[in-house]
Ligand binder design. Structure first.
Ligand code: SAH
Ligand code: SF4
Ligand code: F3S
Length: 485
């Protein structure tokens, strides 16, 4: 009772103008609206956040989850059972969009049977006007649509939808704002993503991200450090620093700071054991960063360095602003500074105008670098990007054939590299129970490879030494060593 009166008082006070106070105020209002909905339903209502796309989206989903939990919804892992379903979408390739439409059709049918159900859509796909038009026309059952720039307003938008009962759509073209200190609920208790920057200014000619995520903005170093210190106090020992191009961190700050300097500050945080980051753009990977990685005791021995193509001619058309030789030189330098580093990459096959010779250059880079693993993508035409208007789009059968040849090469090399560590003892952070065999636990090494080994659930979140007994292509089967017992 006392609590309720407190809430009412909060609700009746004037609406705060500044953030994040305004959103905490709307969390209070949504709480009240949820209470009424639960009274009508005669039960507690649940939510499910489904995430498509990259680690940025995964981190955004943790923020959505944090807000929904504060409002009082309970989490339901099965989307078909939940009363509030939110899709955090990706549009980097066309097949990501198709997946969303397919699943939405199914959700619409479920909603017909559940009068308390609400559906929300957010994320990168919503920044495309054609998508929102299509949803407005053909998917009238959606309750709430918002974009990437106003995700911090989720509580306010949801409260508005709950109170009005009408479809709410709010999409912004861009923003220069960063809102700090909103709630968030981590998927793992012991590791967390941390945004260090938002948006992208690179405009690689095939890529839609700069259009849907807006201009590059770096967070203030103090805000980043404070967030990590709080995470560490809450049990986190590994962070993944997130940005579309972390190597250009800090350039737009009032007091500019390099990514290498930021890393050195983060390294000083007591209790933090591992630092990872994603993604590095080769054109901005500095000697300073390579040096810091070589000296660091906490930065993990893994670098994801997307090459996209091995052909300097195609790289130029992609607007990547480096050459094949420059890329190979970077690889040489980083291997010299950090000899046992694991290198991974992204490769696009079938960019407009790609010839067999260009493709051979890509294979050549793959053979020279010998990546621990590579994500390979078939070029997908994104409306509005410069590449979409280029002539010489490569025929589908040619692209498929190149894609398969690339995949064979990449997989053959990964398996060979993986086998190199067989028999060695590695410190791993134990992440979870194995999905298929519950007597096994899964741990992650500094170089990002996984090992499965017999162990107890109580090990989750701890660091243990594991002997890598057997390599199975991309992962190991191992055994905890004596000194952990
Ligand atoms: N900012 C990161 C990548 C973000 S998108 C970077 O620059 O490395 C992740 C990957 O998706 C890219 O590295 C690229 O390989 C792939 N990708 C992006 N746009 C694509 C498109 N139109 N078609 C196919 N793959 C694409
Ligand atoms: Fe896209 Fe290039 Fe920006 Fe990466 S750096 S998000 S590939 S435009
Ligand atoms: Fe996709 Fe957006 Fe990430 S388009 S890859 S979710 S930034």
């Amino acid at each position: 009772m006392e609590n309720n009166r407190q809430n009412m008082a909060d609700i009746e006070r004037e609406i705060p103008v500044s953030e994040p106070e305004r959103q905490y105020y709307f969390i209070g209002r949504a709480k009240e609206a949820l209470r009424k909905m639960e009274e009508a339903a005669g039960r507690q209502l649940s939510f499910c956040v489904t995430t498509f796309g990259c680690q940025m989206n995964a981190r955004d989903s943790e923020k959505l989850t944090g807000i929904l939990e504060q409002i009082g919804y309970i989490e339901e892992p099965d989307e078909e059972e939940a009363d509030f379903v939110i899709y955090n979408t990706c549009t980097v390739r066309e097949n990501a969009n198709q997946r969303v439409y397919g699943r939405l059709g199914q959700l619409g049918r479920i909603k017909k049977k559940n009068p308390h159900m609400m559906i929300a859509l957010c994320g990168c796909m919503m920044q495309e006007p054609e998508v929102v038009e299509k949803l407005k026309k053909s998917y009238r059952f959606i309750d709430l649509i918002f974009g990437t720039h106003n995700i911090y307003k989720f509580a306010e938008l949801l409260a508005t939808r709950m109170e009005s009962g009408r479809m709410v759509i709010d999409i912004w073209k861009d923003t220069d704002k960063i809102v700090e200190d909103l709630p968030s609920e981590r998927k793992y208790s012991f590791k967390s993503g941390v945004n260090i920057m938002f948006g992208c200014n690179n405009f690689c000619s095939y890529c839609i991200v700069p259009y849907v995520r807006g201009r590059e903005r770096s967070r203030e170093p103090r805000a980043i450090i404070r967030e990590i210190e709080r995470l560490v106090a809450d049990g986190v020992t590994e962070v993944m620093l997130l940005g579309q191009n972390v190597n250009s961190y800090g350039k737009t700050l009032e007091e500019p700071m390099t990514f290498a300097q930021l890393l050195q500050e983060i390294e000083k945080i007591d209790g933090l054991r591992r630092i990872r980051f994603m993604t590095s753009h080769p054109k901005d990977l500095s000697d300073e960063l390579i040096e810091v990685m070589g000296q660091s005791g906490k930065i993990c021995k893994h670098l994801h360095l997307p090459v996209q193509s091995g052909s300097t001619r195609i790289l130029d058309k992609m607007n990547r602003r480096y050459t094949k030789e420059h890329y190979l030189e970077l690889v040489r330098k980083i291997r010299k500074a950090v000899p046992d580093i694991s290198l991974t990459t992204d490769i696009i096959v079938g960019f407009p105008g790609e010839t067999e010779d260009d493709f051979q250059e890509t294979l050549d880079v793959v053979r020279q670098v010998r990546y621990d693993s590579a994500f390979t993508f078939i070029y997908s035409k994104r409306t509005g990007t410069p590449a979409a208007a280029m002539e010489d789009q490569v025929p589908e059968d040619v692209v498929k054939d190149r894609f398969n040849r690339l995949l064979d090469e990449v997989q053959k090399i990964s398996a060979e590299i993986c086998a190199v560590h067989e028999g060695s003892v590695q410190t791993v952070l134990v992440e979870m129970k194995n999905d298929h065999d519950h007597s096994l636990m899964t741990g992650r090494m500094s170089n990002n490879l996984l090992v499965h080994f017999p162990g107890e659930e109580s090990l989750i979140g701890k660091y243990v030494d594991v002997r890598l007994d057997e390599c199975r292509g991309f992962y190991y089967i191992g055994e905890i060593t004596e000194n952990n017992r």
